[in-house]
Design a protein around this ligand. Sequence first.
Ligand SMILES: [Zn+2]
Ligand SMILES: [Zn+2]
Length: 173
Amino acid sequence: MDQERFAKADNLAEDINEYFQKHQEDPDMIALKAQLQALVTGLDVRYSANIMLTLHVFDSKRGKTIDIFGVGLNAQPEGEPYLVTESDSFARYIVNGSITEIPHSYCPVCWAKCVFMKKGQECSSCGSSYGRNIKLLADNNECPNCLKGVISQEKPTCPECNFYADPDLVIWG
Ligand SMILES: [Zn+2]
Ligand SMILES: [Zn+2]
């Protein structure tokens, strides 16, 4: 999977979300919601149940799955089922020289669950190191850590999340 494919997955996720939301009032969906609610009604409050429509990508060579997106319904013992979404922002990395875009919670090399937070942090699964063979790509002024703040080479600290675009960690595209 290259950067382009993950961008496609991101688009598909949006369409899945739209599809699911659009059909909330369909009679079949209303019947499903009633069944889901009936499943947990009267149980202790520690229980809940979900129906989810999810997009995962699996790599048999890595033996790992990346969860891209999920949308569904959650029901608690009291109340009505409500809409839930599960998603992760995408991070852009330079990995061993090439651009890789992947959800934030995964190692871009081996796809293990790994959230890189600070320089020198290693993936416990493949030993990749943040700042050595994995670097963040800043190809615009969007903070590559929170995707909200604005940073530049002149002002490398993000006002939103305090991320410092250490030159050992960030490559400016
Ligand atoms: Zn890894
Ligand atoms: Zn930031």
